[in-house]
Design a binder for this molecule. Structure first.
Ligand code: HEM
Ligand SMILES: [Cu+2]
Length: 827
């Protein structure tokens, strides 16, 4: 087969449907990555317009351009959009687009999940836009502190839009994080061991693990606050055993890691671009990986520095202050590694490099003011002033927007296959840089003079007018610069001329395919032996196109790639992907129906929507099952490999594992909340405990353990070729018994709107019941598959996945039942 025929054949297998139809049915990572990026930058535009409105209002004292209510919506929506609808999705889009190309594979681990995540993001974001359009947008500040956002002080629907819309959007972040983790660990080019991975993949891996452990506390907080608002269960109300500080803990448990979730991918871009621009290799690859990991780890121990003024005990203040200054160390290691890389190379000042320099100046100033506010007495003065707003923009704009602009200019030739026509970008950079520093240096200054953040106006006597005016004018200069970048990109995409294949002479694999990239990325998969394969094998692109790598002979019309051993990159299995489908968008729409039903209080719709999601999920999984064993397959270069779906460690098993990591963090945060209220909140112990029952406790724990044991037994029997049903049916029965125990617990609770204790137990019990039902559903599904002949000793992936979930159920059942019954027994 020659290169052209191979290309035509692969294109026929991988192409998306033409036109708008393709948008709704594509599961291809290049399409979805672009859609993510375009949507994210659209939201950047909306957030930017809001920022302009804020600055216009603040430009002069006693301004009446917008009223206080609208102003509150503007700054809340600006912060919310920038953090949740721009920064995180922009990272997701970039990583979705780039990772498979950099890792030398054909798609991400779960293509349909990529699409589902995108549509959840699009629909959730649209909900918030609708709220903004109708003037009922959230207005409690981007961190939504109760009691301000509680049912008493914010009775309108505004806050619900935030809690529900953002939770909807977070689903897409969790989907992406699961997908990136599995893809980076298991879907790489053969031979690419962990230490040969492109540095961007390391950063994406660390970021994904942080999303999995950082977002669940916020999701929990949002659920609790929404339940408090909709049903009156008191979690944050001090007079009923709640505590509004619980929200602050849950929020910042997410919020601080969030800033690293935003910074680390940007650092990944910087670590990728600098060596190429300096015509050398990255200095201290191992050190950089270690410091990214250290940052991730440390960032979970810092959240209290956002709460220095809430009356935290002195020991706590000292600890979190010290921990906060400590983060400067791993950040410093990375900055010095970048400076060292430029030092040992010969930096060339191309467009991407300008924005990298913008990053250096801005981010380092932001880091320095960060160390200042980590010092408690200083923070007591600066807290809630414009100084903080200035600091956070130096870090976020410096640490994210500049690197993203560098990344755009760096990868644009790859995406478009063209080169730039005009030198608009240079002028745009100058305007952005000057405008940014004008805006926010001024805000530091006026903050130190005492201007509080989030105020809609100030008196002329304060003397802040001039400084604010400088700030506002500068912000318009910056806006013009950003608009010019947009124009530059549009011109580039439509009128510029064809460019060379690898204009920066980079060494990583994304430059080894066609440009613009083909839907299948690589005509055959490379065998990787170095960190920069294109430096060792300059003609790699041609050799891959000629089919010299793996999977270069597309005989059967199916989308294929390889799964490798996580550490060594040794090929392990052949993966067959699903093709184009509208299932993801449909499922996201039904998921949206669920969220809408809560937002609009149409509670009859809620169970219907949930059932719809469950039914679609079953169709989703059903499509993966096959009748008949396929056995080992030829993958080229004289190798045969088993199918990934035949065996214990299928892609679904890996996905479930990391999904459970996020789930366990959610559960852990819930237990933390229970313990926090118990020990810190006023109004404890509650007047009435749940009447404890040894029988229920023992029966529930016994049933959940039995279900898990029977599930494992069924897997073993299936593998040995004996009938698995003998163990599967009892497993299902035991799971149902577990569900009954949770049901009984819920029915016997003291009134949950009377005290935070009963309210928390209600959430714990509902969580347990939901999981018991879920595992029961999975077991029922597996039984159906066994009966229909969709399993065999070889096709056994489903058994391992359900066993994972039933183990999890057993663990949480033990903890929930102990948390429910022990207090009453001791009292
Ligand atoms: C495009 C240029 C930007 C300008 C001119 C700008 C301007 C502002 C201003 C003036 C405020 C303060 C509102 C007040 O407290 O009175 C603000 C708040 C904020 N900005 Fe920006 N910003 C920009 C970009 C960004 C970016 C890229 C991010 C994050 C990735 C961001 C995140 C935030 C957050 C989280 C707040 C706090 C909102 C709140 O207090 O609830 N901003 N911004
Ligand atoms: Cu922080």
């Amino acid at each position: 087969m020659n290169a052209l025929r191979r290309h035509r054949k692969l294109e026929a297998i991988w192409a998306s449907e033409p036109g708008w139809k393709g948008w709704t049915s594509s599961v291809n990572h290049s399409d979805l990555g672009r859609m993510f990026l375009v949507t994210a930058f659209f939201f950047f535009l909306v957030g930017g317009v809001l920022a302009m409105l804020i600055r216009a209002q603040l430009a002069t004292p006693d301004s009446a351009f917008v009223d206080a209510g609208a102003f509150a919506q503007f700054f809340t929506m600006h912060g919310t959009i920038m953090m949740f609808l721009f920064a995180i999705p922009a990272f997701e889009g970039l990583a979705i687009y780039l990772l498979p190309k950099m890792l030398g594979t054909r798609d991400l681990a779960f293509p349909r999940l990529t699409a589902y995540g995108y549509w959840c993001y699009a629909f959730g974001g649209a909900m918030l836009l609708v709220a903004l359009f109708f003037g009922i947008a959230p207005d409690g500040g981007w961190f939504m502190y109760p009691p301000l956002t509680g049912p008493l002080h914010s009775p309108g629907i505004n806050t619900d839009f935030w809690l529900i819309g953002i939770t909807f959007v977070e689903i897409s972040a969790i989907c992406a994080a699961v997908e990136f983790t599995v893809s980076i660990l298991k879907y790489r080019a053969p031979g690419m061991s962990l230490d040969k991975m492109p540095i961007f993949a390391w950063y994406a891996l660390v970021t994904s693990l942080m999303i999995l452990t950082g977002f669940p506390p916020l999701i929990l907080g949002s659920v609790l606050l929404e339940v408090e608002r909709a049903f009156g269960l008191p979690f944050f109300q001090a007079d009923l055993g709640g505590d509004s500080l619980l929200w602050q803990h849950l929020f910042w448990l997410f919020g601080h890691p969030e800033v690293y979730i935003i910074f680390l991918p940007a650092a990944g871009v910087i670590s990728t671009v600098i060596p190429v621009m300096a015509r050398t290799t990255l200095l201290g690859y191992g050190w950089i990986v270690a410091s990214a990991l250290a940052l991730a780890f440390l960032s979970f121990g810092l959240w209290v520095h956002h709460m220095f003024t809430t009356g935290i005990p002195h020991m706590g203040l000292a600890f979190f202050s010290a921990a906060s200054t400590l983060v400067a160390v791993p950040t410093g290691v990375q900055v010095f590694a970048w400076i060292g890389t430029m030092w040992k190379g010969r930096p060339e000042l191309h467009m991407p490099m300008l924005h990298i320099l913008g990053f250096f100046v801005t981010f380092i100033i932001g880091g320095l003011t960060g160390v200042m506010v980590a010092v408690v007495p200083f923070d007591w003065q600066a807290h809630d002033t414009a100084f903080i707003t200035a600091h956070l923009h130096y870090v976020l704009f410096g640490g994210f927007v500049f690197p993203m602009l560098a990344g755009i200019y760096y990868w644009l030739p790859l995406v478009s296959g063209r080169k730039r026509l005009f030198r608009l970008g240079e002028l745009a950079f100058a305007l952005i840089f000057l405008g940014f520093h004008g805006t926010f240096l001024a805000m530091h200054w006026v903050g130190l003079l005492g201007q509080r953040r989030r105020i809609e106006t100030y008196d002329a006597e304060t003397g802040w007018g001039v400084i604010n005016f400088i700030s506002s004018v500068s912000s318009f200069v910056m806006a013009i610069g950003l608009a010019m970048v947009l124009v530059d990109i549009i011109i580039h995409s439509f009128v510029a001329v064809r460019g060379p294949r690898n204009p920066w002479r980079a060494g990583t694999l994304e430059w080894a395919g066609m440009s613009p990239p083909a839907s299948y990325n690589f005509a055959s998969l490379p065998m990787v032996g170095a960190r920069a394969p294109l430096y060792d094998t300059p003609d790699l692109a041609n050799r891959l196109a000629k089919g010299e790598g793996y999977l270069g002979a597309p005989e059967v019309a199916r989308r294929e790639t390889l799964m490798v051993d996580a550490a060594s990159g040794r090929p392990e299995a052949l993966v067959i992907y699903p093709g184009n489908t509208r299932l993801p968008i449909l499922m996201a729409a039904v998921t949206g129906g669920f969220f809408l039903s809560i937002l609009l209080k149409l509670f009859w719709l809620t169970p219907l929507a949930l059932a719809g999601v469950a039914a679609l999920a079953l169709v989703w999984v059903w499509q993966l099952s096959a009748r008949g064993d396929q056995g080992p397959q030829k993958v080229g270069r004289g190798t045969t490999l088993p199918l990934a779906s035949e065996g214990d460690r299928s892609p679904g098993w890996w996905g479930s594992t990391f999904l459970l990591v996020a789930n366990a963090t959610f559960f852990g945060s819930l237990l933390f909340g229970y313990a926090f209220l118990w020990t810190v909140a006023p109004g404890w112990p509650p007047a009435q405990w749940l009447a404890p029952s040894w029988v229920e406790l023992a029966f529930g724990i016994g049933a959940a353990l039995a279900a898990a044991l029977a599930q494992h037994l069924s897997a073993r029997r299936n593998r040995a070729g004996t009938a698995p049903m003998v163990a599967l049916a009892p497993a299902l029965l035991a799971t149902v018994a577990t569900a009954v125990v949770f049901g009984a617990l819920l029915l016997r609770l003291p009134p949950p709107d009377g005290h935070a204790y009963a309210a928390t137990l209600l959430i714990l019990g509902a969580y347990g019941l939901a999981h018991a039902l879920l595992v029961g559903l999975m077991q029922g599904f597996l039984i159906l598959q066994v009966r229909r002949g969709f399993t065999s000793p070889q096709r056994r992936a489903g058994f391992a996945i359900v066993a994972l979930w039933s183990d999890y159920l057993a663990a949480i059942t033990v903890l929930i039942l102990l948390a429910a019954h022990l207090p009453g027994m001791i009292a």
